[in-house]
Design a protein around this ligand. Structure first.
Ligand code: F0G
Length: 457
């Protein structure tokens, strides 16, 4: 295994605070064993998310000083608009303060009660925003995505046959749009191939249904296409991205990921009527269309981030660094989801803790143990996030995968940090029998993982 090296050097540093195990035990009790409720200062290595946690470059920080904070027509908006247009090629560009705001204004404009919105796999906020409009959010990823051992190069692909069957069953009028999430975050950060996107696009054209991308991690997806899809090895990632977006009718993006910024998002569409409806709603909930809930300086940082993320030295390092952590874990015998994803390593909690049944929340229990023993914070992607009941009743529905995601913030941690993480997880694996399950004592009806509370068995 080669140790990848960072294609940048470090100019500013932020100290990490270390806590004792006793302190972490106390904090866990106070937080109801929910890692979202911990003070971030008590975390040594924070792999909760890769969202909004990137380190910005010197150029982005310089860009902040060029913020034009005019209410309307800020020059940073025009720079941002040009950056998005040259990347995606869609006509209208609408800034939002983050991804779920883009979801909200898009679905408010086009999703009506009783409709259904298929995706390869919805992220939790996307699903919640669709269900909020009394519509159905369907996951139609290929079935191999649910097998943590199956090593397909494009395990995020849409099951095009099932998509066709669904459209036939519900009728195209009840499908306002289809989404493809690149990369498939909820299914392990797995990429979608251009061939699969082309097949989906061709099918949808037949029915006149628009195709949109949930493009948070488009650059990582496009780098995987370059690495894995025949015919793309010599194509620049920017061109791959352009061809990918040209197969759709619009996109929404949480720019907190591949936008390399701490806050921001956008929507971009071709259809004028949709753009108008979106903009009208945006003014109600986000702000005037040239700032959409962001400061001018944020738009400048984002315009620069969207350029930087296409740097292939950066992308090669990014993908290799995540793989480096995954390979260290696999070598230590830790069961992880294969192949290793683009932004995170996903630990298979069911295999890590076979003594815990799903109603004892094995992935949450594992994430809690990782924090308690080593100060490392990951995130549960399993029964807490996607389960439907908070009681251990037989009728409770549990997701197929029970994962702990170790998401790697962009340009933040060095390989030595990741080597520490790997050593810790391997050590925990050797003492896994001591990990106890959890009982949920509070669960909100929607997006319950953020506020749920637990007690140890
Ligand atoms: N879509 C996907 C695929 C995401 O991963 C996220 C956020 C969103 C939409 C929503 O964007 O947070 O800017 O409102 N994912 C983060 C995560 C929170 O940790 O995976 P947002």
């Amino acid at each position: 295994m080669n140790c990848p090296y960072e294609p940048y050097r470090i100019k500013v540093v932020e100290p990490i605070t270390f806590t004792s195990r006793e302190e972490r035990c106390r904090l866990l009790h106070e937080a109801g064993f929910n890692l979202f409720q911990l003070p971030a200062e008590s975390v040594a290595i924070d792999l909760l998310t890769d969202s909004g946690t990137s380190a910005m470059s010197d150029s982005q920080w310089a860009g902040l000083m060029l913020g034009d904070e005019s209410y309307a027509g800020s020059k940073n908006f025009y720079h941002f608009e040009a950056a998005v247009r040259s990347l995606c090629g869609y006509r209208y560009v609408v800034p939002t303060h983050q991804g779920r705001a883009a979801e909200h204004v898009l679905f408010a404009a086009v999703v009506k009660p009783g409709m259904c919105v298929p995706n390869n796999m919805h992220f939790d906020t996307t699903r919640a925003n669709i269900e909020h409009r009394d519509a159905e959010a369907l996951d139609l990823v290929i079935k191999e995505a649910y097998d943590p051992h199956c090593e397909l190069p494009f395990k995020g692909n849409m099951d095009v046959d099932r998509l066709e069957a669904i459209i036939e069953r519900v009728g195209p009028d009840r499908v306002p749009l289809v989404l493809i999430t690149i990369t498939n975050n909820s299914g392990g950060g797995q990429p979608v191939s251009i061939a699969n996107i082309r097949a989906t696009s061709r099918l949808l054209k037949r029915y006149g249904i628009p195709l949109f991308f949930d493009a948070c991690r488009f650059a990582e997806n496009c780098f995987f296409i370059k690495e894995r899809e025949p015919g793309y090895a010599d194509v620049p990632v920017r061109e791959i991205a352009r061809s990918l977006f040209s197969l759709g009718d619009g996109c929404l993006m949480s720019a907190k990921k591949d936008g390399l910024v701490n806050i921001g998002g956008f929507l971009s569409v071709n259809d004028e009527r949709w753009a108008r409806a979106i903009t009208n709603h945006l003014i109600l909930v986000e702000g005037f269309p040239t700032y959409g809930g962001l400061a001018g300086r944020d738009l400048e940082a984002l315009a620069r981030g969207l350029e930087e993320v296409l740097d292939e030295d950066y992308l090669r390092f990014r993908i290799s660094q995540v793989r480096y952590l995954g390979e260290l874990l696999a070598r230590g015998g830790v069961p992880i989801l294969k192949p290793i994803g683009g932004h995170a390593v996903y630990i298979n909690a069911r295999e890590f803790l076979p003594h815990l049944q799903q109603h004892r929340f094995p992935a949450q229990a594992l994430a809690v143990a990782l924090y308690r023993e080593y100060g490392i914070r990951g995130v549960e992607i399993g029964s807490v996030m996607f389960g439907t009941r908070d009681s251990p009743a037989e009728e409770a529905a549990y997701p197929e995968l029970e994962l702990v995601r170790l998401a790697i913030p962009r340009r933040v941690y060095t390989n030595s940090h990741l080597a520490y993480v790997a050593e810790s997880v391997v050590d925990l694996f050797q003492h896994r029998d001591a990990i106890r399950g959890l009982v949920m004592t509070y669960g909100a009806p929607q997006l319950r993982h953020f506020t749920a509370r637990f007690e140890e068995e």
